[in-house]
Design a protein around this ligand. Structure first.
Ligand code: PMP
Length: 360
């Protein structure tokens, strides 16, 4: 079977073992004569899948026992609105760190619901870093501080969670499960599944129950974290198939050795690529300051931008897919999520070296 090397920013590659298991169970799940897709979300079989998925997620991320884990729809984009709707409080002011395209979108969405203070922005330097902590204008009375752990477009990643007196809210869409994260330092963490932990259609929200009191009346029940939590994420029909596939992916992560092992592998992949970029005598260039370089998404340009179309065309022909940069920044981007092998990244680096020798 021919499987391509897929560097897409998401949806992206799913581990082959997961695809194979889903394929085997597709028509007939565990002798029921039904596909998971055809089963009631309230059936004992689906409930068991849902419970196992939550248990595995809690185990992998070491989620504090009292925290709630919600499985919702609408992608991480819905969380941009759902977070302020639920957590801003009456006349609340909220703090946001602006480190790239996705935190910018979160800020714009929150502005529709409450007063947003941008405590620091890296826009002035082209989103090449996390702004220095001493320059942050934090409001200790903010309803929360929001940050984007990994900026998927700009390739900027926090070295550690920000210190904050206000509850910390994290968009971990492109990094959750690619490395360990200290959930207990956060009031709420959210991520859509289609990058490191599953497929599109499912979004995970992990939250400190202390914040549930804020989820007040004007938020519709279907978007209200307290109502969703009370209904065990089954206030309405959930995305059962993505939930199941995410469950299979979490089991694959456990079999692979868990987050420490995956983190090491992800660091190895990122180092390979950054070494190739930095060792190219300026043929390729990643603009991000080394401390904040992402292990999940690596954007880069060619010094001669006119060569980028040929780069992408020849990469495709060599079986290296999904490398086109986000439309807002152009250039090239390689996403190195959990299901991307070291061998795939080595193949990319080899291609890059050969391309630079040919055109450099
Ligand atoms: N936040 C980040 C950091 C992202 O990378 C993305 C998607 N690329 C989103 C939010 C939006 O996610 P979704 O498409 O699931 O709404």
């Amino acid at each position: 079977m021919a499987r391509s090397h897929n560097f897409s920013a998401g949806p992206t590659a799913v581990p082959l073992e997961v695809l194979n298991q889903a394929y085997d169970e597709f028509h007939d799940f565990a002798g029921t004569g039904m596909s998971i897709m055809e089963m009631s979300h309230r059936s004992p079989i689906f409930r068991a899948i849902a419970e196992q998925t939550e248990a595995d997620l809690r185990e992998l991320l070491e989620v504090p026992a009292h925290y709630r884990v919600l499985f919702v729809q609408g992608g991480a984009s819905l969380q941009f609105a759902q977070v302020p709707m639920n957590l801003a409080g009456e006349n609340g002011s909220v703090d946001y760190l602006h480190t790239g395209l996705w935190s910018g979108k979160a800020i714009e969405a929150a502005r529709q619901y409450c007063e947003v203070r941008v405590v620091a922005s890296a826009q002035g330097t082209g989103f090449d870093r996390v702004p220095a902590v001493q320059d942050w204008q934090l409001n200790p009375k903010a309803a929360y501080l929001h940050y984007t752990e990994n900026e998927t477009v700009h390739g900027v990643q926090f070295a550690e969670p920000p210190a904050s007196e206000a509850p910390l809210v994290c968009d971990a869409c492109s990094s959750l499960l690619s490395k360990p994260i200290d959930i207990a330092r956060h009031g709420l963490v959210y991520a859509a599944a289609q990058k490191n932990m599953g497929v599109a259609g499912l979004t995970v929200v992990i939250m400190d129950p202390a914040l549930l009191d804020r989820c007040h009346g004007f938020t519709p029940d279907i978007l209200n974290y307290a109502c969703i939590s009370d209904a065990q994420s089954m206030l309405n029909t959930p995305a059962t198939f993505p939930w199941y596939l995410t469950g299979l992916t979490l089991q694959w992560i456990k079999r692979s050795g868990g987050l420490q092992v995956l983190h090491q592998r992800n660091q190895t992949k990122a180092s390979l690529l950054y070494e190739t970029l930095d060792g190219s005598d300026g043929f390729y260039r990643n603009p991000v300051q080394p401390t904040y370089r992402s292990i999940n998404n690596v954007p880069f340009r060619l010094a001669d931008q006119a060569l980028e179309a040929a780069f992408l065309r020849e990469a495709e022909a060599a079986g290296l897919h999904g490398l086109k940069g986000h439309a807002s920044v152009g250039g090239i981007r390689a996403s190195l999520y959990n299901a991307i092998s070291v061998e795939a990244v080595a193949a990319l680096c080899e291609f890059m070296g050969a391309f630079a020798r040919r055109y450099g």
